[in-house]
Design a protein around this ligand. Sequence first.
Ligand code: HEC
Ligand code: HEC
Ligand code: HEC
Ligand code: HEC
Ligand code: HEC
Length: 190
Amino acid sequence: MKKSVLDYGLRVRLPITILVILISFAITFYVSRSERDGVGYKPDQPINFSHKLHAGEMGIDCQYCHVGVEKSRHAVVPQASTCMNCHTMAKTDSPEIKKLTKYYESGEAIPWKRVHQVPEYAYFNHSAHINADIECASCHGDVASMDKIEQVHAFNMANCLSCHRAPHEKMPYLADKVKKGPEDCSSCHR
Ligand code: HEC
Ligand code: HEC
Ligand code: HEC
Ligand code: HEC
Ligand code: HEC
């Protein structure tokens, strides 16, 4: 009697246990995958800033805000003071600009959420790419048409290498101007 109850319990519980394990594997894979690729990542930002409006419709140059991207490893996200060049005057009655002004006056950095990131153990440097005349759009997509920034290409090793091996396929606009990128491990893993 006791034995058959145990048998019954096991017969029901075992498949459920296996199912739960399979589902948690699937979830882990899905979650870690989206962290790795970042494709489609499009977080809400503390201020509703639009690239489509500023870089697209108003035609402000990327490097007006992302200063020094041709000289350094990182493309700096601008401080509130850059925005205030215009927003001491423009749209001061808007609630979003009131938020901006508050950050500016308090001196507190705007807590923008980071969108693109390669892991610590991989080395990427903007300046080398910008100085080879590679457009922002080759890696970040058509930012000037995005209301909210979104990652459109995966920054995994396969993608870095596929451009390094055949840059002209990815960037026909550079014709034969650019040489290949490095493929040796130590260039990207220092
Ligand atoms: C070169 C001038 C200029 C700079 C620099 C600038 N903006 Fe603007 N921005 C404008 C103008 C002009 C508008 C209004 C456009 C319209 O409504 O036609 C605007 C609109 C906006 C709006 C929409 C406001 C609303 O409610 O309609 C937000 C939010 C905004 N800007 C945030 C920022 C932030 C954040 C920065 C800095 C990272 C920034 N802007 C830098 C000129 C600028
Ligand atoms: C008026 C200032 C301004 C201009 C012009 C501008 N940006 Fe930005 N950019 C910002 C701000 C502020 C952020 C952070 C908030 C956000 O992500 O929307 C940002 C974020 C980004 C990011 C995401 C950063 C991350 O966290 O990964 C990319 C990529 C980017 N910009 C590319 C561009 C490109 C390409 C252009 C030109 C087509 C451009 N930006 C023009 C202000 C600007
Ligand atoms: C060859 C590909 C490539 C090109 C070209 C490129 N980016 Fe990036 N961008 C990246 C990668 C990869 C990251 C993540 C960097 C990291 O984690 O260190 C990134 C990150 C960023 C960030 C977040 C801050 C940072 O630097 O880590 C901003 C802002 C940005 N890019 C703007 C730009 C702008 C503006 C241009 C053009 C002037 C540009 N990018 C051109 C690949 C590129
Ligand atoms: C759209 C094409 C493209 C993509 C995508 C790209 N690269 Fe490059 N990269 C190049 C080219 C072309 C060069 C050679 C530039 C030159 O000749 O000066 C280069 C050069 C480099 C260099 C050598 C210069 C230096 O800074 O030491 C490193 C490192 C590098 N890339 C890392 C990366 C990493 C990491 C990624 C992915 C996150 C990546 N690249 C994505 C085209 C690309
Ligand atoms: C052009 C730049 C570049 C070169 C060259 C490169 N890697 Fe990578 N590697 C990366 C990037 C970027 C990542 C982060 C991958 C991700 O997030 O998916 C990475 C990730 C890795 C990982 C972590 C596991 C994985 O696949 O995510 C290992 C291991 C690795 N690389 C080994 C190597 C070895 C060995 C070489 C030489 C044969 C090499 N890499 C050459 C850019 C590069």
